[in-house]
Design a binder for this molecule. Structure first.
Ligand SMILES: [Ca+2]
Ligand SMILES: [Ca+2]
Length: 273
């Protein structure tokens, strides 16, 4: 576990590398899709945090809402717009819809929302250690789920959905997608998992601390027992070496459990006996 290739982000706590032993588990091959999340909501009437709070964070090029819905820009990251009415059904704002997005990952779901979905599905969020093990697909120490080849491949075939061009103004979408891609795009890793890196960030169960790796247990680590932020893994369609070089197996991020954004979703897991 951790950054073995040396291109990790020190402040994120990707080091020290350490061996971890995990009890048997299974994990979804893909993030939860809009269609699956819609099933959950139809069944339960669940209201997400973004719907309850009234707004969510949308990347500036993806806003689809009237001007009066623009609540503001996020300080420090002005390409993130707080949009009233942005939520899982309306990912760009109230003028958007899920038309054509059934098999895309659900976004604008908070860690709390992911927990509720998991409880309904009889599943749970993966731990950060489980997520990383699964993303590696058996290639210990590699940067990416497919190994160490660059993301655009030696043959020019893209391997994941990230950003190409000049961030944050111009996305050439050389990989085919400017925002989310269908969950079964590109090629799965050797464990059969699709798009652990790129497409959408994925919530893990753990609380986040950049100091975790120096002190965490080496058997079934579940993250620190203090702190409010929860861990996100894998990077998203907004990742680019110049902005967010986090479409790597060992990359880490976090947010508060009620936060939602247009580039984060989750996949579920389950312990095996
Ligand atoms: Ca892309
Ligand atoms: Ca992902």
């Amino acid at each position: 576990m951790g950054d073995a290739s040396g291109d990790g982000i020190a402040a994120d706590g990707e080091r020290p590398t350490h061996d971890v032993r995990l009890s048997a588990f299974e994990i979804d091959a893909t993030p939860v899709t809009n269609e699956e999340f819609a099933h959950f909501v139809r069944d339960t009437g669940f209201i997400t945090d973004a719907e309850r709070l009234g707004s969510s964070s949308v990347f500036h090029l993806l806003v689809s809402a009237p001007t009066e819905d623009i609540v503001g820009r996020i300080a420090g990251t002005p390409w993130w717009i707080d949009v009233r009415g942005a939520a899982w059904r309306t990912p760009g704002g109230r003028a958007s819809s899920l038309l054509g997005l059934d098999d895309h990952p659900v976004v604008h779901v908070s860690w709390n929302d992911a927990q509720a979905y998991c409880a309904w599905a009889g599943r749970r969020l993966p731990s950060e250690a489980e997520w990383e093990y699964a993303s590696r697909g058996g290639l210990a120490g590699a940067r990416f789920p497919w190994g160490d080849d660059p993301i655009d491949g030696s043959d020019g075939t893209w391997r994941a959905n990230v950003w190409q061009g000049t961030f944050p103004a111009h996305n050439t979408a050389a990989d085919g997608w400017i925002a989310t891609a269908p969950v079964r795009s590109y090629t799965p890793n050797r464990f059969g998992l699709w798009q652990t890196v790129g497409n959408v960030w994925e919530w893990c169960d753990d609380r986040f601390s950049a100091a975790t790796y120096a002190e965490s247990p080496l058997v079934d680590p579940r993250g620190p027992d203090h702190g409010t932020r929860r861990t996100l893994r894998g990077g998203s369609y907004l990742c680019h070496p110049s902005y967010c070089n986090r479409y790597r197996n060992s990359a880490r991020s976090s947010n508060t459990p009620e936060s939602s954004m247009g580039n984060a979703g989750f996949r579920t897991a389950r312990s095996l006996p």
